[in-house]
Design a protein around this ligand. Structure first.
Ligand code: NAD
Length: 284
């Protein structure tokens, strides 16, 4: 089955990035979110990003117009009737994703693959909400999507080899490298990354050092391109907290307990770059 049209559910930072690279590589895209203004914001961030590429002479103005023409806005989940594949990039909450997959399954034509960009949640449990668990798969893009090469591809218990092959071919068409991993909390990327970020937050919480110094140590001492607290702000502190909670609950091991300071920041609405404040402050 050839994939021509893709619905991206969730027009936040990941959804916008995924919609952009799909359109850049010739797919027709329906970008969906709860409200029109959120989808508009997603499209506007795609436009800004594409214009940056024009300035760097990597794209022409005509390319930008062609890419934007391939992206349609949606606030009706029923639009899934018109696509061959869904890539869901909504908020990292299991209940949100389960409800979405159940609705999408009821409305999508039989052949449609339902992929989730979850960072940590169980693919098997999300697939169990549908009558097509063989066509449900994890497709974990990295942030920022247009730049990062990796896609973690996660098979649930019932995911078919046919779905796996179709998704790997799709990843290749997006000029990404797919790495297959198994369905355990946090998969590989976030099982390793998030405990490091959480520990960096504990060092600030316990007064061992400042965010600036923690980041400097990891950049200069470990050759990380970005310090862990800058990275946490970039990912979104709410997303970091949800992932730590998934690891904590999924493994039942207290080594994954989220730092109280992370909880406090999220409760305060300090979500990092996207809200203007996290461990650092950002211009609007
Ligand atoms: P975000 O907060 O920027 O965007 C989430 C979007 O989902 C919002 O626009 C919200 O309105 C929308 N949404 C929520 N419920 C919805 C529903 N029922 N229907 C449609 N839209 C809905 O978050 P993000 O950083 O883009 O993360 C999205 C997903 O991608 C999460 O699963 C996250 O774990 C994953 N992810 C994030 C990163 C990262 O670095 N931020 C990296 C890889 C994967």
């Amino acid at each position: 089955m050839e994939i021509k049209r893709v619905m991206v559910v969730g027009a936040g930072q990941m959804g916008a990035g995924i919609a952009q690279i799909c359109a850049r590589n010739g797919y027709e895209v329906i970008l969906h979110d709860l409200q029109e203004d959120i989808v508009e914001k997603g499209i506007s961030s795609i436009r800004t990003d594409l214009h940056r590429q024009v300035k760097k002479e990597r794209l022409s103005d005509a390319d930008v117009e062609r890419i934007l023409r391939l992206i349609q806005m949606s606030t009706q989940l029923g639009n899934v009737e018109h696509v061959d594949m869904v890539i869901e990039a909504a908020t990292e909450k299991l209940e949100t994703k389960k409800t979405l997959f159940s609705h999408l399954d009821r409305r999508a034509p039989e052949h449609v693959i339902l992929a989730t960009n979850t960072s940590s949640l169980p693919i098997t449990e999300i697939a169990a909400e549908t009558k097509r668990p063989d066509k449900v798969i994890g497709m974990h893009f990295m942030n920022p999507v247009p730049i990062m090469k990796l896609i973690e591809v996660i098979k649930g218990l019932a995911t078919s080899d046919e779905t796996l092959h179709a998704v790997k071919a799709m990843a290749k068409s997006l000029k990404k490298t797919a790495v297959e991993v198994n369905d355990y909390p946090g998969f590989v990327a976030n099982r390793i990354l998030m405990p490091m970020i959480n520990e960096a937050i504990f060092t600030v919480y316990e007064g061992v050092s400042t965010p600036e110094n923690v980041d400097e140590v990891m950049k200069l001492g470990m050759n990380h391109p970005m310090g862990p607290l800058t990275l946490a702000d970039f990912i979104g502190l709410d997303t970091c907290l949800y992932i730590m909670e998934t690891l904590h609950e999924g493994f039942g091991d207290d080594k994954y307990r989220p730092c109280p300071l992370l909880r406090k920041y999220v409760k305060a609405g300090w979500l990092g770059k996207k809200s203007g404040r996290g461990f650092y402050t950002y211009e609007a």
